[in-house]
Design a protein around this ligand. Structure first.
Ligand SMILES: [Fe+2]
Length: 137
């Protein structure tokens, strides 16, 4: 049950696409662990990865958005902040109560959702705007 990378996920900015692929690799690793009933063990590692990953990746994306004066930068930044907040909340909950099927499902859903709704939609707007700017320059 691997999610393969689709062309539709590519936004067309190489550095960002590479980072997105990295995330899909982690998501697949996590789902694989879940299917082997090792999701709970994998949760902490995945959350730790996400903390470093989001710092670097959202930093890169926000840099690109600043460079091109992306009009929806503030809203996009908010979505990133919300994602980081959810990661930290999950981490807190795991620390306090340990892992459970529910946290496993939550993380799974959150990552899948991010791929489908944020990467495929919101991030794409960045590249679209970039190309539009190039076209009018
Ligand atoms: Fe983004």
């Amino acid at each position: 049950m691997m999610i393969p990378w689709k062309d539709a996920y590519d936004i067309g900015i190489e550095k960002i696409d590479c980072q997105h692929r990295q995330l899909l690799v982690k998501l697949n690793e996590f789902m694989d662990a879940c299917n082997n009933r090792q999701g709970a063990e994998k949760i902490e590692e995945t959350l730790k990865f996400l903390k470093d990953y989001t710092l670097e990746h959202f930093g890169s994306e926000e840099e690109v958005m600043e460079d091109i004066h992306f009009p929806e930068l503030a809203d996009h930044r908010k979505e990133h902040a919300q994602f980081v907040k959810t990661v930290l909340e999950l981490e807190e909950s795991v620390k306090a109560k340990g892992t459970s099927v529910l946290t496993t499902i939550k993380l799974n859903r959150m990552l899948t959702d991010w791929l489908i709704n944020h990467i495929s939609k919101c991030d794409k707007l960045i590249a679209a705007y970039m190309n539009q700017q190039k076209g009018t320059a």
